[in-house]
Design a protein around this ligand. Structure first.
Ligand code: DX5
Ligand code: ZN
Length: 212
């Protein structure tokens, strides 16, 4: 069954987190924006700690920052299951994967819409998850880019061909209208923000993403 990770970028107050705790959602997706890789700046480390204190679900942290390795020791590691960094920020230094795994955390790598997914094929045996960005990183509430599905399919066939255990997650503009296509293309996890948190029935929206 596909996993659902709810992005709490736009609504990260205690009340929303506690309401989501009562649902069947699998993870809280926390977008960390540093103001350089993306223009926005958002979650401070203290805010992440606050969310992690209220959350009864594991965290799926998406670092949209330059120099991501400087963040590792600042994060509430015991609550994190996946820590994802952007391929575009690594400049050919992939030592961060071992650092993340050394903390007992699963390691993800994300690619922006214009990055060729084949660029990360040689890294697939060092990571646990690929996060395909289906919008330009930086903001919630954007429209899903259909071209992301071809990337997912290409990646899925490579994972199957090499018999790897890497999961595929997709982030940006996910809703009830495109979830089925994402799952059919090969996604194991769907990250969804506005679609879930703007709805008046979180569980129903989560169900619609899973069972379309
Ligand atoms: C975009 C973020 C996403 C975003 C998803 O830069 O990485 O996680 O919050 O929100 P929606 O589902 O509204 O596109
Ligand atoms: Zn994200």
């Amino acid at each position: 069954m596909v996993k659902i990770s709810v992005s709490v970028l736009s609504k990260n107050n205690r009340e929303t987190i506690e309401k989501l705790n009562e649902t069947s959602v699998d993870y809280f997706h926390i977008d960390v924006m540093g103001g350089k890789f993306v223009d926005e700046t958002n979650f401070s480390i203290s805010k992440i700690e606050e969310v992690s204190n209220y959350a009864v679900k594991k965290l799926d942290v998406h670092l949209m920052v330059e120099a991501p390795s400087t963040y590792i020791s600042l994060l509430p590691l015991s609550k994190i299951e996946y820590l994802t960094v952007h391929y575009e920020t690594l400049n050919g230094d992939f030592s961060i994967f071992e650092k993340i795994r050394h903390e007992g955390i699963k390691c993800g790598i994300s690619v922006k819409p214009n990055t060729d997914v084949k660029d990360i094929f040689n890294l697939l045996d060092k990571i646990d998850l690929v996060l395909i960005m289906s919008v330009e990183p930086g903001y919630g509430g954007q429209d899903f880019l259909e071209s992301s599905l071809d990337k997912v399919k290409l990646l899925k066939s490579e994972i199957i061909k090499r018999n790897l255990q890497v999961l595929i997650s997709i982030d940006g503009g996910i809703n009830n209208l495109n979830a089925k296509a994402c799952i059919e293309a090969g996604c194991n996890m769907l990250v969804s923000g506005s679609y879930i948190v703007s709805s008046n029935d979180y569980e129903k929206s989560i169900d619609l993403l899973r069972n379309v």
